[in-house]
Design a protein around this ligand. Structure first.
Ligand code: C2O
Ligand code: CU
Length: 464
């Protein structure tokens, strides 16, 4: 019998991958540990349903949490045991460009059976995540993501921490398997691939015991392909401490619902107000219905005293933009999608009608161009202050993510929003962001609704 590479990989995976050559040499490089992407199956759906075939880091989804100190070096040898090329993007990290993990821009996709050494410093404390960045619409939907936590120099005053990765899965209820049509036209031209089965850390009824009066730190990460989670709390009271890893100068009291778009993170400090014997909840709102996203049964009373409003987290490098009058202006006009007004746009150097684009399964343009080209959206010198206006002329919201650098929203009253790496833009409402282009390299700028990215919403900027 001839062993194909695929079979060989499956066979060696069953043996704990001991036979795979990439592991040889690890001993000489003590700082490196490996992270293997491979197929696995998981009990995602309730008991009584079959297991779901997924792809996961270390065979799990979410993959194992990577937790390091601020300023520490992260060294991971990525081993690809998937049937497709892949790479890992370290979302939100102010990273060395060569380590950003974007297949086709900062590196070639790592082919099955091969490896790539990721080696970078995590300069800022906060909640980040990592995920596949080749055929992301498929690979992230199959489960290739995990949390990357960079700890503050001084541990904040909390009693318990929960890292919560929110996701939705498009599952066939008969078979409990993922819908394999990752390129569905409807998803690509409308709101993206929305799942019918929602989980927290891969669990549809996530629960963690807490004590009344305790202060929890919730690190929420939206790992879904397209879903904007609309979240709220009950039996918990508290503050937003950070967005997309970056601490707020002043914690924001949580009042009512808050959105979390794909790719975004939020750090909350919340005090448990629910009584012993009850449960507190993180809730999501869907079609005006409130449903539990994560349950926190209250099993005891805290021994620690109540604390009052928290001190802000220690600032990261923080760019205090105070004035953008001299900033370099750039405009990004988004067009296309269902019910949009896109007539023609350029795909692969050719002007096409919307109908021709649809035949190519492409639906969205940035400044009249569909998808990535050799030419960046803009080139900046190092340290340049940039103001980028995003005009969302589509009928859909889009979560725009800039790699490599955080930005602030330019607000109308001369104020600036919090530092973020992913911003939700709404149909018909222009959004302006400002950032200092202080990280050299080629940085992707795309919609984190991954079907949209695959169907045209990708561009990049070049920082010299
Ligand atoms: Cu989290 Cu380019 O993505
Ligand atoms: Cu989008």
């Amino acid at each position: 019998m001839i062993l194909t590479r695929r079979k060989l990989l499956q066979g060696s995976a069953a043996l704990g991958a001991a036979a795979l050559s990439p592991r040889v040499g690890l001993a000489q490089n003590a700082g490196f540990t490996s992270i293997t992407a491979r197929p696995a199956s998981m009990q995602l759906a309730p008991d009584g349903y079959a297991q779901t075939d997924v792809w996961g880091y270390e065979g799990m989804t979410p993959g194992p949490t990577i937790r390091v100190a601020k300023g520490a070096r992260v060294q991971r040898q990525f081993i690809n045991e998937l049937p497709q090329g892949s790479s890992i993007h370290w979302h939100g990290i102010r990273i060395d460009n060569a380590m950003d993990g974007v297949s086709g821009l900062t590196q070639d996709a790592v082919v099955p059976g091969q490896t790539f050494d990721y080696d970078f410093v995590a300069p800022d404390a906060g909640t980040y995540w990592f995920h596949a960045h080749n055929k992301s619409v498929e690979q992230v939907a199959r489960g290739l993501y995990g949390a990357l936590i960079v700890e503050e120099d001084e541990a904040p005053d909390i009693d318990q921490e929960e890292v919560l990765l929110l996701d939705d899965w498009l599952i066939n209820p008969e078979t409990a398997q993922l819908d394999p049509d990752f390129e569905a036209q409807h998803d690509r031209s409308h709101g993206g691939r929305n799942g019918n089965f929602i989980t927290t850390n891969g669990d549809y009824q996530f629960s963690s015991d807490v004590k009344q009066g305790d202060r929890l730190r919730l690190r929420l990460i939206n790992a879904a392909n397209a879903r904007i989670f609309v979240l709220s709390l009950t039996g918990l009271e508290g503050w937003v401490m950070a967005y997309d890893g970056m601490p707020l100068e002043k914690p924001e009291k949580i009042d009512g619902e808050f959105p979390l778009a794909p790719g975004q993170r939020v750090d909350l400090f919340v005090d448990v107000t629910a009584q012993e014997g009850e449960a507190a909840y993180l809730l999501r709102t869907i079609d005006e219905r409130l449903l539990p996203q994560a349950a926190f049964p209250v099993t005891a009373r805290s021994s620690s005293a109540t604390r009052g409003a928290p001190q802000p987290l220690a600032p990261n490098h923080g760019e205090h933009i105070t004035d953008v009058s001299d900033a370099t202006p750039v405009t990004l006009r988004m067009e296309g999608g269902a019910m949009g007004q896109l007539n023609t746009a350029v795909l692969d150097g050719e002007e096409m009608t919307f109908r021709q684009l649809a035949e190519a399964n492409q639906f969205w343009s940035f400044n009249g161009v569909v998808g990535m080209t050799e030419t960046p959206l803009a080139s900046f010198s190092r340290g340049e202050l940039v103001r980028l206006k995003i005009e969302n002329e589509t009928r859909f919201p889009h979560a725009m993510h800039l790699h490599g650098m955080h930005f602030r929203e330019v607000l109308e009253d001369g104020q600036f929003g919090p530092m973020r790496d992913t911003i939700l833009t709404y149909a018909g409402r222009p959004t302006e962001i400002a950032f200092r282009s202080d990280n050299p390299g080629k940085w992707l700028f795309h919609c984190h609704m991954l079907s949209h990215a695959a169907a045209g919403m990708r561009t990049w900027i070049d920082v010299a």
